[in-house]
Structures are given as structure tokens and as C-alpha cells.
Design a protein around this ligand. Structure first.
Ligand code: CP
Ligand code: NVA
Length: 303
């Protein structure tokens, strides 16, 4: 039984297996084939924060694969109405897998310790591994056959950025992040990635122009993640010069795509001309959430 709490939980070969399967399932889906690989299996979606993409892509993914899902919102009261240990042990008897979106990363770890079934991190304050799987799939789709790839991330070194850094390091994709001091990766993450993937090409700079040079994809995410609303003004000021806009994109190759996990805020982390322009891959990227997660579910169940 395996969990996906962060992408450190999967080897490079396992990530490739998940992505390969996702690509094949996507091709089947596009020609109208939906193989019922998960008949009789049930996924619980345990969410403490809002979601469109993650929730719906998991729900539809399970339905397409012949399984079912049930959405459990705040009202189930995990960690409030009863302990996480009790909650997890009970839920784990009913369902085959849990995807959990939690305020605190530690809650998902605790849930996984007690659930007795696989637990997938559907976003925490620390990481968003399912997002990174779809993002790498999209980057590769945009650059078919490329021998080497570089992904640049501009903005807050947040949950999405961490998952991308781990995923890219594992897969041999160069990763360069531009963030201001105070919003950069913690040294501990760098050290762990370097230990885990000694050949990783991982750069951190304060200069967005330097980060996007030679990049196959330029990525950004919101400056104010869910739960950080009290820091809104401070974050807007700190990150003001980290907007991905037409001027910055001129420093990346013309073939670079623009990526964003969505939801996006035009005029803050990205300008409208970029996210709505010809280099933007964000809608394709959001669609790939479902395909990548189907690959992940097939891996979780070994089918
Ligand atoms: N990108 C992403 O995880 O979107 P949702 O918050 O809508 O699930
Ligand atoms: N960093 C964002 C991602 C949303 C999908 C957040 O945590 O709110």
C-alpha cells in the first residue's frame, strides 16, 4: 500500500510510470475509450479548502474508470468532531483510497498513518504533488521529443513550487525559481532534493529574467495562497516585481509555454496578455489534471 504525500514518495521510475499511464489513458479518452479499471473501488475526497480542478478531475476520473467517489467537506469534522486517528480508521474501512486537501500538511500525514488505505495529497500548505504531475505532463506535451527541458518558476516558493522542484529534479528537468528573499525555498528542501537527486539542475535566484532564460515553460502561481489572506498586502508588495508579463516572456524562448495551476489573478502574478495569449497552456494543463490522476490511481491500485 502506497501513499502520495509529497513526490519524494515516488521514485523517478514510478513518476514516469504514472505519467506514461496518464498519457495512454488520455489518448484512449480522446478516442472515446474509458476502460473500467477501477470497478467497485471508492475514492473519498476529504477537503478542508475550496477546489474546482482537483475535486472534479478526481470525481470524473473515478467515474470514467468505473469506480465511484464521495465528497466529504468540512461538515464531517475530522480532527474537530473526533480525533484524526479515529476518523481515519473508520473511513479507511469504507473506502479504497482517500484524496485529502488540508490546511496543514501534518494532518494529511497523520491521516495516512491511520487510514489503512492509500492517501493522496490533494493540496496542503506544503505541497501539491498531483498538480506537478499534470504540469510535467503538459510541459512534455508542449515540447514533444525534447532531449532536455527547463522549467522556470517566478513568484512565491509555495506548495506548488515545492512539488514542481521535486518532480523536475526526479525527472531530470532543470528547474529555476525566481523569488524575493523571504519567499524562497527553505534550505532544508534544497538539501533534501540534492540528496535525493544528486544530479538535479536546481537554481534559485532573485532575478526573474535570469530564471526564464532558456526555459521551455514559465510558471507562476498566486501570491496569496489559500489560508494566507491576512498577509495579502504584505505579499502583494513583496512580489510586485515578480509578475509574469509580456516583458518578462521576451527573455524566454519564443517556444516557451506559460503555465499556471489556476485559479489565477490577472494583473497580479500574471498579466492578461500572457495568460490569455498564444503561449498560454493553462487550459490544457488544467485538463491534464484528470489524465495524470487517472495514471496515479491506476498505479495506486496496481491495475
Ligand atoms: N489547481 C488546483 O488545484 O485547482 P483547484 O484548487 O480548483 O483544485
Ligand atoms: N498555491 C495555491 C494553489 C491553489 C491550487 C494555494 O495553495 O492556494
Amino acid at each position: 500500500m502506497r501513499n502520495l504525500i509529497t513526490l519524494f514518495d515516488l521514485t523517478a521510475a514510478e513518476i514516469e510510470q504514472v505519467l506514461d499511464r496518464g498519457v495512454r489513458i488520455k489518448a484512449d479518452y480522446d478516442r472515446g475509450v474509458r476502460e473500467p479499471l477501477l470497478q467497485g473501488r471508492t475514492l473519498a475526497l476529504l477537503f478542508q479548502k475550496p477546489s474546482l480542478r482537483t475535486r472534479v478531475s478526481f470525481e470524473c476520473g473515478m467515474a470514467h474508470m468505473g469506480g465511484s467517489s464521495l465528497f466529504l467537506g468540512k461538515d464531517v469534522g475530522w480532527g474537530e468532531r473526533e480525533s484524526i486517528a479515529d476518523f481515519a480508521q473508520v473511513l479507511g474501512q469504507f473506502v479504497d483510497v482517500i484524496a485529502c486537501r488540508a490546511n496543514a500538511h501534518e494532518r494529511v500525514i497523520e491521516l495516512a498513518e491511520h487510514a489503512g488505505c492509500p492517501v493522496i495529497n490533494a493540496l496542503t500548505d506544503y505541497s501539491h504533488p498531483c498538480q506537478a504531475l499534470a504540469d510535467v505532463l503538459t510541459l512534455r506535451e508542449r515540447h514533444p521529443g525534447a532531449k532536455s527541458l527547463k522549467l522556470a518558476y517566478v513568484g512565491d516558493a509555495n506548495n506548488v513550487a515545492r512539488s514542481l522542484a521535486i518532480c523536475c529534479a526526479r525527472l531530470g528537468i532543470a528547474f529555476s525559481i525566481a523569488a524575493p528573499r523571504g519567499y524562497q525555498f527553505e534550505q532544508e528542501l534544497f538539501d533534501r532534493i540534492r540528496k535525493d537527486s544528486p544530479d538535479a539542475d536546481l537554481q534559485q535566484t532573485e532575478d526573474p529574467v535570469e530564471a526564464v532564460r532558456d526555459a521551455a515553460g514559465v510558471y507562476t502561481d498566486v501570491w496569496i495562497s489559500m489560508g494566507q489572506e491576512a498577509e495579502t498586502e504584505k505579499r502583494k508588495q513583496a512580489l510586485a516585481s515578480y509578475q509574469v508579463n509580456g516583458e518578462l516572456m521576451k527573455h524566454a524562448p519564443a517556444s516557451a509555454c506559460f503555465l499556471h495551476c489556476l485559479p489565477a489573478h490577472r494583473g497580479l502574478e500574471v498579466s492578461a496578455d500572457v495568460i490569455d495569449g498564444p503561449q498560454s497552456a493553462v487550459i490544457q494543463q488544467a485538463g491534464n489534471r484528470m489524465h495524470a490522476q487517472k495514471g496515479l490511481l491506476a498505479w495506486v491500485f496496481g491495475v
